[in-house]
Design a protein around this ligand. Structure first.
Ligand SMILES: Nc1ncnc2c1ncn2[C@@H]1O[C@H](COP(=O)(O)OP(=O)(O)O)[C@@H](O)[C@H]1O
Ligand SMILES: [Mg+2]
Length: 415
């Protein structure tokens, strides 16, 4: 018996055999490793976006602990730096120090009461729109930090209170800081109250919770990190900026601290015209549980294209996105929006119990879901603008020192 030949387009075959018959990516980029179905796998979010293969340059990396997520991210950044990309990392576990040093930078380690400070309210570079644009962005950052500190949305009065407090501070000094905003909130001026048509007592009462929460960054256990002008020793304009937050990784206030850090790094991430910056938030699941932090991240994801910025977040399970804040809550909707705004997804092995969620959120076919269950360390399913690849991440010998997070757990003989 002879079976008649069947003809199909490459697009149809790609749908029927997603990993076998995927079209190659149209551009160059950095070498990631081996495409398990043949050839080398290269990727660059800016080139793919420029070529129209992606509608945004953002990336998400999922995977269980120890699968090689951070190792991939570190070497990806190291290789991207060779092409002149700027690197900005929010590092909650303090493991990007070797990468920073390899790129000629020193990691900025923030700790309560430590010697270094970052100012989340430092004026943005006076770009187009000059002072008014800088003021608008400072207000957005102060509102984000405020919402993260309160772990909820700001009330209209609180939002207006932040605005007039910043105006008040700006009329008295050149640099706004969290302590000066706290002072202005605790003791509002009659002019500030008049500006928003409230009585002095109503303004003070309506912003009191906010003032007290922000005060924790100045006087409480969180002091000494974000409560003054940026220390002169902190270099934010270099080719690599790594912010080590490991001293506060287990703090319940991690959400507000990361929001402060991200706000303070906004200037570093905006490298100016033509800049190409990759902004990484490792262990982002710990951050997404905070509404203000999640909203700030999402704003950064949305603005990526206009700022020459590719955001990259590292998460454990796909359900981290759905679980934060409870199904249907504002936080989980924001987190799910991150997936929609990230057209490159790198998925390391997920546990069987996660598979249904992963398939639904990431749009995995049955074949892809089965593959995700079986992936070994260092191997991931890549979804890039609707195309799928199975990629084995390869480490160069010289890169091992950048990625070894097992070293502290098990003493392994040198190979
Ligand atoms: N592609 C790889 N080849 C060989 N070893 C790897 C690879 N990726 C990760 N590893 C090793 O696995 C360990 C855990 O990786 P890591 O990236 O820290 O995991 P996580 O997914 O928890 O971020 C590291 O010590 C690293 O050296
Ligand atoms: Mg990791």
């Amino acid at each position: 018996m002879r079976i008649p030949a069947h003809e199909a387009t490459t697009a149809q075959l790609g749908a029927a055999y997603p990993l076998v018959a995927s079209r190659a990516l149209p551009t160059g980029g950095v070498l990631v490793g081996r495409d398990l179905l043949g050839g080398a796998f290269v990727h660059d979010p800016f080139e793919l976006y420029g070529a129209g293969a992606l509608t945004n340059p953002n990336m998400l990396v999922f995977g269980q602990i120890g699968r090689g997520k951070s190792a991939f991210v570190k070497t990806y950044l190291y290789r991207q730096a060779a092409f002149g990309r700027r690197i900005v990392v929010l590092d909650p576990k303090g493991e990007y120090g070797p990468l920073a040093r390899a790129l000629g930078a020193s990691p900025v380690a923030l700790a309560p009461g430590g010697p270094l400070r970052l100012n989340p309210l430092e004026a943005a570079l006076a770009g187009p729109g000059g002072g008014s644009e800088a003021a608008r962005r400072r207000l957005a950052r102060c509102a984000a930090v405020s919402s993260a500190a309160l772990r909820r949305e700001l009330s209209p009065l609180e939002h207006a209170g932040v605005e007039v407090a910043l105006d008040d501070v700006a009329s008295r000094s050149a640099v706004a800081t969290i302590p000066s905003v706290v002072e202005a909130l605790l003791e509002p001026t009659p002019a500030a109250a008049r500006a928003i048509g409230a009585s002095l007592a109503a303004l003070r009462a309506g912003t009191r919770d906010l003032a007290l929460e922000l005060r924790r960054l100045v006087h409480g256990e969180l002091r000494g990190m974000f409560d003054g002008p940026t220390s002169p020793d902190v270099e934010l304009d270099g080719p690599a900026v790594v912010l080590d937050l490991s001293a506060v990784y287990h703090s319940p206030a991690l959400g507000v601290l990361v929001t402060c850090a991200a706000a303070a790094l906004e200037r570093a991430a905006d490298g100016g015209p033509g800049a190409r910056t990759i902004l990484v938030v490792d262990e982002a699941w710990a951050v997404l549980a905070n509404l203000g932090a999640a909203r700030y991240l999402q704003a950064s994801w949305k603005l990526a294209r206009s700022r020459g910025l590719a955001n990259l977040a590292v998460l454990h399970r796909v359900s981290d996105l759905a679980a934060v804040g409870g199904a249907g809550s504002a936080v989980s909707r924001l987190a799910e929006g991150l997936v929609a705004d990230s057209e490159t997804v790198v998925c390391y092995a997920q546990p069987a119990a996660e598979l249904a969620t992963a398939a639904a959120v990431l749009g995995l076919s049955e074949e892809e879901s089965r593959a995700v269950l079986r992936l070994g360390r260092g191997v991931a399913l890549w979804k890039v603008g609707g195309r799928s690849f199975l990629v084995e991440h390869r480490l160069a010998r010289a890169e091992r020192a950048l990625v070894d997070t097992d070293a502290r757990l098990v003493a392994r003989p040198e190979r």
